[in-house]
Write a protein that binds this ligand. Structure first.
Ligand code: CIZ
Ligand code: SF4
Length: 319
């Protein structure tokens, strides 16, 4: 539509005028991902977003995603201004792991190395020994396991259970889940496989184990896009936020992508496989943030220094 075109032009102009760069997550709207690509920004998973933002020489980072991604950017680049289209965009994993309760849980298990997923607040990260994203979680846990360490894992129990199964590590799991991935149904995936027997099944391990068990490939968003390219299958059933279809279809224009069902009968509820918080990022509030400087992320100095330690371990691991 014409209003969108005008907004896009305005955002391009504002990015330049502010010496700003747009960093967008795979789960944001297509228009935002496209804009990030066209303006020299990046579209990525949370690990690559963090790396890109920290390396980029811009004065202002505009992070389209959810709150923890903006916080991570600020922690890694305190000298940069970090703006988000909205500060309301949270994550059920972050909400389900309040820092005070989490800290008490850690205190009860002082013998365990604390590993938290990137989808957590700065205060939870500050309590952790390690931060990981799903793209390096298995390797980091293997590394700690080889050193004989026992793990306390938070917040996603499905991802934690998956890593435990992959590595055999001793892991105590916090009871959190992603409201988007938790909705995928094994029965629905099986029914869809019945209709398309040659399709490969790609699953993000934030999904329930019954769905992960049906996967030809389980992995992070970037790993699933890579698998889409490498697998010979012409049809792919994909269990992660449907925002990923923008980059995945670009990577495999000739293949047919199906959303994994969030109901048992092969039907999909259109709003289920899409994160409501990622969806809060829009062209309008993105332009507003740049125009008015709203949605600026602040992280206090002491908290920043504490959260930086485990984040730096993450970025320096196996790079
Ligand atoms: O589910 C999420 O929020 C993911 C996959 C984040 C990430 O690591 O990119
Ligand atoms: Fe959090 Fe799930 Fe949304 Fe990712 S998709 S931001 S894990 S609620």
């Amino acid at each position: 539509p014409a209003e969108d075109e005008a907004r896009i032009e305005e955002i391009k102009h504002l990015l330049e005028a502010n010496n700003a760069v747009l960093v967008a997550h795979y789960y944001t709207d297509d228009a935002i991902q496209q804009l990030a690509e066209e303006t020299g920004g990046c579209v990525a998973d949370s690990l690559e977003m963090a790396r890109f933002g920290a390396r980029h020489p811009a004065d202002t980072l505009v992070v389209a995603g959810v709150r923890f991604m903006g916080e991570t950017a600020k922690i890694l680049s305190p000298e940069k201004r970090v703006l988000m289209p909205t500060l309301e965009a949270t994550c059920s994993l972050d909400v389900g792991c309040p820092a005070d309760e989490f800290s008490a849980f850690c205190d009860q298990h002082p013998d365990r190395t604390v590993v938290v997923y990137a989808n957590t607040s700065a205060a939870v990260k500050a309590r952790a020994d390690w931060v990981v994203t799903s793209s390096i979680a298995v390797e980091v846990i293997e590394h700690l396991q080889a050193r004989g360490e026992k793990i306390l894992w938070a917040p996603d129990k499905h991802l934690g259970g998956y890593i435990q199964k992959q590595t055999g590590a001793d892991m105590l799991l916090w009871d959190g889940a992603c409201i988007v991935h938790e909705e995928f149904k094994a029965k629905g995936v099986e029914d869809l496989k019945g209709l398309y027997p040659d399709a490969a099944v790609l699953v993000h391990p934030e999904s329930p184990s019954s769905v992960v068990e049906l996967a030809d490939v389980a992995g992070s968003t970037s790993q699933l896009i890579k698998a889409a390219k490498e697998l010979p299958n012409e049809e792919l059933i994909v269990a992660t936020d449907r925002g990923i279809f923008f980059k995945m279809q670009q990577a495999v224009p000739e293949k047919t992508l199906f959303e994994a069902p969030t109901a048992g009968n092969g039907a999909t509820c259109r709003s289920c496989a899409h994160c409501p918080w990622m969806a809060m990022n829009a062209l309008d509030n993105l332009a507003g943030a740049l125009r008015e400087g709203t949605g600026e992320i602040q992280v206090g100095d002491e908290l920043r220094r504490a959260a930086l330690k485990p984040l730096t371990r993450m970025l320096e691991f196996n790079r």
